[in-house]
Design a protein around this ligand. Structure first.
Ligand SMILES: [Zn+2]
Length: 153
């Protein structure tokens, strides 16, 4: 079994306590336990179909980072009492959409739209949080317009 560094104390020896397929069988989920600090964390092993490249709004390219997307969604959902499994499902669904598109280069704002779409159905607070960062509101007015649109929904 390959070793995985503990994200809390950086100890290299974590033990796998439980290993099982995710609900849709696209990943293997491992519950790990750090011998040094006692933290528990989860890792996922999955097939990388191909490397997706993201084209950012400033035209710079970067390799798509699944974990980064997971973190940004988690951040929007902070203290909203949403299970990690649900975030995993959202991320999986978006990745599948991107892979099924057949494109190898994807514009970052398309991913932003997908995330906002998923959050709008899951949690309105998280949606506004994500959107306010993502849309990078320059003026308070922009944000108010956005909230108006939200209420009309
Ligand atoms: Zn640790």
């Amino acid at each position: 079994m390959s070793k995985m560094r503990c994200p809390y104390c950086s100890n290299d020896n974590s033990q796998v306590r439980d290993s099982r397929s995710s609900e849709d069988h696209t990943a293997i989920r491992r519950r790990r336990f750090c011998e040094q600090c006692g933290s528990r964390f989860t890792t996922y092993e999955r097939i990388q179909l191909r490397d997706l490249v993201i084209i950012k709004t400033n035209d710079q390219k970067e390799v798509f980072d699944r974990d980064k997307m997971f973190r940004s969604i988690s951040l929007a959902l902070r203290k909203r009492n949403i299970d990690q499994e649900i975030i995993e499902k959202i991320v999986n669904a978006i990745v599948r959409k991107l892979e099924n598109s057949g494109e190898t280069e994807i514009k970052s704002n398309l991913i932003g739209e997908y995330i906002m779409d998923a959050l709008s159905r899951l949690d309105q607070v998280a949606y506004v949080r994500f959107a306010s960062v993502y849309k990078n509101f320059r003026e308070v007015k922009d944000f108010e317009d956005f909230l108006d649109n939200l209420e009309e929904k």
